[in-house]
Write a protein that binds this ligand. Structure first.
Ligand SMILES: [Ca+2]
Ligand SMILES: [Ca+2]
Length: 198
């Protein structure tokens, strides 16, 4: 995502230069990210390929980043792989910086959902949420076994939702929850998170 780095670099350069940000009279700390006329990308390492910044996973093993021995990623050499073991809850999180006045967020990327489920019920789910500390400020998207097939291929997804707060730093959380039987694996790659202040 070199274009992402470039955009963020420009934004940071502007914000750190003189006159880039005018703190309000109550001395609110300046932001590293400022709103533009179009939505701005705020997610680093959305392709899961870079060594930094790391995605944080819970629990810490096994790795929730899968290489080409498991799946052909949609981009680069790795993709996120959540679920995969019955009866588990697994999370991947990344810290993001928000602009003041953030009003909506658009999550998009590539998904490949491999499942043994045949039920028309959400038995295994993957949620995409934005958090301020432990408070959910946007429930962006839920995927489930119902979008899955036995042998999956990557396809694109996107969702736009309001965000109820604009903390300086927020957490993007991907969380898989699997029931006790018929395994689902959620492969996710090429993630993007764009923020709009409109
Ligand atoms: Ca990738
Ligand atoms: Ca299941």
């Amino acid at each position: 995502m070199s274009s992402t780095k470039l955009v963020l670099g420009v934004v940071i350069a502007v914000a750190s230069g003189c006159g880039g940000v005018d703190p309000p009279a109550d001395a609110t700390p300046p932001r590293d990210v400022v709103c533009g006329s179009s939505p701005i990308e705020v997610l680093p390492n959305g392709g899961f390929d870079d060594s930094s910044p790391l995605w944080t996973q819970d629990p810490v093993t096994p790795s929730f980043l899968c290489d080409m021995s498991v799946i052909m990623p949609a981009s680069g050499t790795k993709a996120a792989c959540l679920g995969n073991t019955d009866g588990t809850v697994r999370t991947l999180t990344q810290q993001i910086k928000l602009p003041a006045g953030a009003k909506s967020v658009t999550i998009s990327g590539q998904r490949c959902i491999s499942t043994q489920e045949t039920a028309t019920a959400d038995n295994d789910v993957l949620s995409f949420e934005l958090l301020d500390g432990s408070t959910v400020i946007s429930s962006m998207l839920t995927l489930s076994n119902q979008q899955g097939v036995a042998a999956c291929e990557f396809s694109s997804f996107t969702a736009t939702k309001p965000v109820t707060a604009d903390p300086i730093v927020a957490t993007l959380r991907l969380r898989s929850t699997l029931d006790s039987a018929r395994t689902t694996t959620f492969f996710i790659d090429s993630l993007s998170l764009k923020v709009s202040c409109q």
